[in-house]
Ligand binder design. Structure first.
Ligand SMILES: [Fe+2]
Length: 547
């Protein structure tokens, strides 16, 4: 069975292809269109489809639109109600529903040969749930939280033998995701995009409004929750994008963050009881990208294991919708890794280097070559294998640096044009994790924060956040042998089993996807080595030592 999944309705348009129960390809439209998040998160853009990502998914599998058995669209307009009755202040919301209803025709236009009758609507939160619950081999409880779907902002359920039973669902306007988006906007950031900045800012503040937030935001007896309307300006002045960041802003971020964690823990405990004590929790929905909250759920919640879908935001509903429809026709394979996007052969990479007339070499080991540059405090653009699905760079489109230099964070944030309060994250070989960090293990998708052991804080200052934590990616030999080899070489040279890993992009741009974009980044940022597949391009031999 061949199922193409499509997310287009709110933001982060994406496509995913499942063939005979296996995920063959999945990618976000932004990697192709080079527009961050693919489009603006407004009702007027709901008709825009992930045309490029969908066409690529089909090409990757050698399929034509007419070969598909189904197209799974991650929103069901049949479930929608008008915004006013949902308590939403969104006068144009009906456009979303209209566009969704016409999605089969839009899709047939974008993918010539597709029969519009093949399009199936999958409820938004069922798609999120499937992206998590169908990704693990065992039965699991599932918790979905985001800004909103058709009429709800949450789903608690349980997957048994691949079948979802919904246990609870919270209707709008109550939404923990929209609460966090509202705060993001109030703090001068871009909502539906920069929520992770609020999470980073929170660790600089004190939760001084926590008592008030406990009154306004709380879980209920039935697995749902209440979120009252909050007058943010009464707590801290609205900030503009370039306005000054004050302690009040950090305190507000801290208060909301802590309250979010508390309520999520309550919801996780309720879900555990209602599921009859299933041992694994899986999570998806934009709120599941909150790695501080995830770590608390794993540490303090009742589950033995917590698994979070790396594409937890709306892009992941393309995969979830496809899995949900595919599961109805047979079994589906567990999630094997986030490297589901575009990749290039060595021959193709070499042809790109030749075309760009860059001086390159093919060292005996690109892992050792990168480790040498990193050990000398150089910055490495690491471009290997297929690109990642979801917002995290996981060693395929990564910018790497030395963790032992406190200035690394400033340098990296400069390269990427990021705010200096934002932390940078470490990758570590799985077998060394427990020597340096405490907390959730394994963490191959960087979705939890961890405590840095006291004796290591001064040795890896670049990746230790102000609150003594780090958002770790554990690297496993079996799944990421090349990255593991690079880390092992780096440890040989420096005694440090950790390397700084951030996404390969510059300010405001989507992650690098193609070799050409990697070379463009190399040419425009102070990167010392471009490791493009097995090939090495050194800054000094390309531009001379211009510093
Ligand atoms: Fe969503």
């Amino acid at each position: 069975m061949r199922v193409l999944g499509i997310n287009a309705i709110f933001h982060d348009p994406a496509a995913a292809l499942v063939v005979d129960g296996r995920v063959v390809a999945a990618a976000e439209e932004e990697r192709f269109s080079r527009r961050k998040h693919g489009k603006r998160p407004v009702p007027f853009s709901a008709w825009e489809l992930p045309e490029l990502a969908a066409a690529w998914c089909l090409a990757e599998a050698g399929l034509k639109p007419g070969d598909l058995d189904a197209v799974a669209y991650s929103f069901d307009p049949g479930l929608s109600r008008d915004a006013e009755s949902l308590g939403l202040d969104d006068p144009w919301d009906h456009l979303r529903v209209d566009y969704a209803r016409r999605a089969p025709q839009f899709l047939a236009g974008a993918l010539p040969g597709l029969d519009p009758e093949q399009v199936r609507f999958v409820p938004h939160h069922v798609a999120h749930a499937a992206s998590a619950g169908l990704s693990v081999p065992e039965d699991s409880a599932v918790l979905v939280l985001d800004g909103r779907g058709e009429v709800a902002s949450h789903l608690a359920g349980v997957y048994r033998d691949g079948q979802l039973t919904t246990l609870a669902s919270q209707e709008l306007p109550h939404s923990l995701g929209l609460l966090y988006e509202d705060l993001t906007r109030h703090l001068g950031f871009l909502h539906s995009s920069d929520e992770y900045k609020v999470m980073a800012l929170a660790s600089y503040g004190r939760p001084k409004y926590l008592d008030l937030l406990r009154e306004w935001v709380h879980a209920d007896e039935d697995g749902g929750f209440t979120v009252e309307r909050i007058e943010w300006a009464a707590l801290a002045k609205a900030r503009t994008a370039d306005g000054e960041m004050t302690d009040d802003h950090a305190d507000l971020a801290s208060s909301v963050q802590v309250r979010l964690e508390e309520v999520l823990l309550d919801l996780a405990r309720w879900t555990y009881e209602a599921s009859g004590g299933v041992k694994t929790l899986t999570m998806a929905g934009g709120t599941a990208l909150n790695c501080v909250a995830n770590a608390r759920i794993a540490a303090e919640g009742p589950f033995d294991r917590v698994w979070v879908q790396p594409a937890a935001g709306d892009s992941g509903t393309a995969l979830g919708a496809a899995l949900s429809v595919a599961r109805a026709g047979g079994t589906v394979a567990p999630f094997a890794g986030a490297d589901l996007g575009r990749g290039w052969s060595d021959e193709q990479l070499e042809a790109e280097l030749k075309r760009a007339a860059l001086p390159y070499s093919r060292p005996p080991s690109i892992a050792a070559e990168a480790a040498r540059v990193l050990a000398g405090n150089g910055i490495v653009a690491w471009y290997q294998g297929r690109s990642e699905y979801g917002p995290r760079a996981l060693g395929h489109r990564s910018l790497l640096a030395h963790p032992g230099d406190a200035d690394t964070q400033t340098r990296m944030n400069d390269v990427k044009g990021r705010e200096q309060f934002r932390p940078i994250a470490p990758m570590v070989r799985a077998e060394r994790f427990a020597d340096i960090f405490e907390g959730v293990y394994p963490s191959p998708y960087m979705l939890f924060v961890h405590k840095v052991k006291p004796e290591w804080k001064d040795r890896i200052p670049a990746v230790t956040h102000v609150d003594g934590t780090a958002r770790v990616q554990t690297v496993h030999n079996e799944t990421e042998p090349l990255v593991a080899a690079m880390l092992a070489e780096f440890e040989q040279l420096t005694g440090l089993p950790v390397v700084v890993n951030t996404s390969l992009n510059t300010a405001g741009r989507p992650m690098v996807d193609t070799p050409r974009e990697a070379m463009e980044l190399f040419g425009s940022a102070p990167v010392d080595l471009l490791a493009l597949g097995p090939f090495a391009v050194h800054r000094a031999s390309t531009f001379g030592d211009g510093r």
